[in-house]
Design a protein around this ligand. Structure first.
Ligand code: NAI
Length: 298
């Protein structure tokens, strides 16, 4: 990135749970922000999310009414990467589905339109950033910037150093994370980094306990929330993350780190049924259109 004193121009690819949050905080931090998704529906939902989030900030007195439109004006959407990637882009952050092949395709296509100074980051939860970087013309500019859900609220950004990543890229990513209001940590490119590895293991154990009949989902979540003082229980967190996303992470960690990450049958069955969590209206728990829980789990 060599944008000098102006905030960087950021392209976010993938407008789902994570991408829409990353794009919003970039626009809120003053960046010219462009959000790309293959799905019009997802882009529309992403803009609705931004409107809702900002209206809520106004309601809570955290932002003036006049402070909304400038943020929205900095947030453009498109279904075509070629329309938004040009020489003015300083950083691309990829947040498409957790699939190595899709990520490699998206990253190489994005890099083709970038100037040499631009940073290319992936928000992968657990895939190898080194493998993703290996497909790029300039792998030294590639790294992981792992944000957390919900993006505007959770302050950590795990910066993942691939084997090929340059120190300069790490410094630039750290500066960007700080501009976006995040606390940055740097981790090596090992499966699951620091956070996904711990969180996936806890979530998987909670599913095992559910299968063994140790306690109800609500009581397992209470044990962790009330007893261990986590802000959320592992099963409600799985619903928030997306059970499909979590399943892909577990499969990758099982293949690389061992059997303790093997996903449970219950988890697989929920995903097979399309019950992928809060975004689908049903996961371990059921949700209304606003994402509030509507009933006890079955
Ligand atoms: P999601 O399923 O909500 O969104 C993925 C989006 O990518 C969809 O809108 C889809 O239309 C779009 N997409 C798919 N292929 C595309 C392509 N070729 N070009 C442009 N857009 C494309 O997934 P989510 O949860 O946002 O996850 C995205 C990434 O972030 C994954 O790598 C995941 O592991 C990671 N992540 C997810 C977290 C979570 O809590 N959900 C937390 C941290 C990282």
């Amino acid at each position: 990135m060599n944008q000098g004193t102006r905030p960087p121009c950021v392209v976010v690819i993938g407008g789902g749970t994570m991408g829409r949050g990353i794009a919003l905080i970039a626009a809120m931090s003053g960046c010219d922000t462009r959000l790309v998704d293959v799905s019009e529906t997802q882009l529309k939902a992403a803009m609705e999310y931004a409107h809702r989030y900002l209206a809520n900030e106004v309601r809570r007195g955290r932002r003036s009414e006049d402070g909304v439109d400038p943020v929205l004006a900095r947030l453009q959407t498109s279904t075509k990467m070629s329309q938004v990637i040009d020489g003015s882009v300083d950083v691309v952050i990829e947040a498409v589905v957790e699939d190595l092949q899709v990520k490699q395709e998206v990253m190489t296509a994005a890099e083709a339109g970038l100037e040499d100074h631009a940073l290319v980051a992936t928000n992968t939860s657990a895939l190898s950033v080194t493998q993703i970087a290996a497909y790029l013309r300039n792998p030294a500019r590639c790294l992981g910037m792992h944000f957390f859900n919900p993006v505007p609220r959770l302050r950590l950004c795990e910066i993942v150093r691939a084997v090929q990543t340059s120190e300069e890229s790490i410094t630039q990513a750290r500066q960007l994370a700080e501009l976006l209001g995040k606390h940055a940590i740097v981790v090596e490119d090992v499966p699951g980094f620091a956070t996904s590895r711990l969180s996936a293991l806890l979530g998987n154990e909670a599913f095992r306990m559910l299968e063994e009949g140790v306690a109800s989902a609500e009581n397992i979540d209470d044990a962790v929330r009330v007893g261990l003082n986590h802000p959320m229980g592992p099963l409600e967190l799985g619903d928030l993350v997306g059970l499909d996303v979590r399943l892909a992470v577990l499969e990758h960690l099982a293949a690389t780190l061992g059997d303790r990450f093997r996903p449970t049958t219950t988890h697989r069955r929920l995903v097979a049924a399309g019950f992928t969590g809060r975004k689908a209206g049903r996961g371990v728990y059921s949700y209304d259109d606003d994402g509030h829980r509507t009933e006890s789990p079955g």
